[in-house]
Design a protein around this ligand. Structure first.
Ligand SMILES: *Cc1c(COP(=O)(O)O)cnc(C)c1O
Length: 404
């Protein structure tokens, strides 16, 4: 019997806001994935920095199974043990003292932006409501989060959008100093812009943001939805520097593939939300929290975090080597296992074509914009999968130069 569902079926039943690649994966194990025809792929995409422990990690399967036999959902009319334990773990492992749970990154950011406004409103008054964020930044797809995000095209056609948001060029300390005022309630930064092309924030920019926020009683919000949960070799990217935010959001890898997000902050800021200020039906459900507890426990070990740095170096070496033979990229950037490969100007606009060829060669990759090929593999990808995947990557480079 042949499977009646294929890529064509997608176009017949789905809202056309995505354009998925031609094959349909059906099964994964570690950093390998198989499609409907049982063709094997090496996964350098990691579900967009979500599958931090690969596919079907035995300990996550066990956490899912155990919790699924106890209690899936209650709503926030009751609390539950996994949620409290997860909040405890997040507070122990970060600057945070209080946690709010959501189901996605956008929802975690929505909570962060609303809390920043409420905090300023409560402590200073309604004029202090302006949010400063960065051009090319990405914070999610709800109306508030696309408005704070720095790509005008994601707002087009959805106007009117929320007011009181100013965008400055990323890493531009002077622009930030010029834009900030006592009407600013928050400055929002990704420590490494992910969707914006894997652009790391400079130390000076983070430092300037911290100082300017302090001068103007504004909150510094780090969106660590892509950079968090071990991706850079620290549990959170801010821990690579001495700059500590007031609010931080985390999602993607937090559930290792189970949808969950969280907003973290200090106690004094949390207190601006009171009973009824904000909420979510599923947020903090026992099933998601049980899995996230296991993800954090497994990721936050010296073996995994040191491994991220080592594997990141292994990737960089192999990428540089391949690029000497097949000169396709002008720059490799990022940190740990969040790697951006920017195409040379001659090939700009063709990142998607590259990942399509790679897929044919049995390799799953991502783009970040039109010019950057992005890698965000499992944090525990076996070294031999890196080697074999990079052989496929080189073959894709060879073919790209011949065919494109
Ligand atoms: C993916 C991402 C989001 C949005 O998360 P969703 O779970 O898709 O809502 C927000 N911010 C950053 C930095 C992201 O990478």
């Amino acid at each position: 019997m042949t499977d009646p569902i294929n890529r064509q079926t997608f176009d017949e039943v789905m809202v056309p806001n995505y354009s998925p690649l031609p094959v349909i994966p059906v099964r994964g194990q570690g950093s390998r994935v198989w499609d409907q025809a049982n063709k094997e792929y090496i996964d350098f995409a990691g579900g967009i920095a979500v599958n931090a422990l690969g596919h079907c990690h035995p300990r996550l399967l066990l956490a899912l199974l155990e919790q699924s036999q106890r209690l899936w959902h209650l709503s926030n009319v009751w609390t539950n043990e996994p949620a409290i334990k997860l909040a405890q773990q997040l507070c122990e492992k970060t600057f945070a003292e209080r946690v709010y749970f959501a189901n996605s990154g956008a929802e975690a950011n929505e909570a962060a932006f609303k809390l920043a406004r409420k905090h300023a409103f409560t402590n200073f008054g309604p004029e202090k409501h302006e949010i400063i964020s960065c051009l090319n930044g990405f914070h999610g797809r709800t109306l508030f989060t696309v408005s704070v995000g720095g790509q005008a095209k994601y707002c087009e056609g959805f106007e009117p959008v929320p007011k009181g948001i100013t965008h400055i060029p990323f890493n531009d300390c002077k622009a930030l100093a010029d834009a900030i005022s006592d009407c600013t309630c928050a400055v929002v930064i990704e420590p490494i812009q992910g969707e914006g092309g894997i652009q790391p924030a400079s130390g000076e920019f983070l430092q300037a943001a911290r100082e300017l926020c302090d001068q103007h009683n504004a909150l510094l919000i780090f969106d660590e939805i892509q950079t968090g949960v071990g991706r850079t070799g620290k549990l959170y990217a801010y821990q690579n520097s001495s700059i500590v935010p007031d609010i931080m959001t985390t999602a993607k890898a937090l559930g290792g593939g189970f949808p969950i997000g969280a907003m973290l902050c200090r106690k004094e800021i949390a207190e601006s939300f009171n009973v009824g200020s904000h909420g979510s039906t599923y947020g903090g459900n026992p099933l998601g929290c049980a899995i996230a507890n296991e993800v954090l426990t497994l990721v936050d070990t010296p073996e995994v975090l040191d491994g991220v740095r080592e594997k990141g170096q292994q990737f960089n070496q192999l990428l540089e080597q391949a690029n000497q033979k097949y000169p396709l990229f002008r720059d490799f950037r990022g940190m740990g296992l969040l790697i951006g490969c920017e195409l040379k100007p001659d090939y700009h606009g063709k990142a998607r074509q590259f990942i399509q060829i790679a897929e044919e060669e049995g390799l799953m990759l991502l783009v970040a914009g039109l010019n950057v090929v992005r890698l965000a593999p499992s944090l525990i990808i076996p070294n031999k999968d890196i080697d074999e995947g990079m052989q496929r990557f080189s073959r894709a480079m060879d073919r790209f130069l011949l065919e494109i």
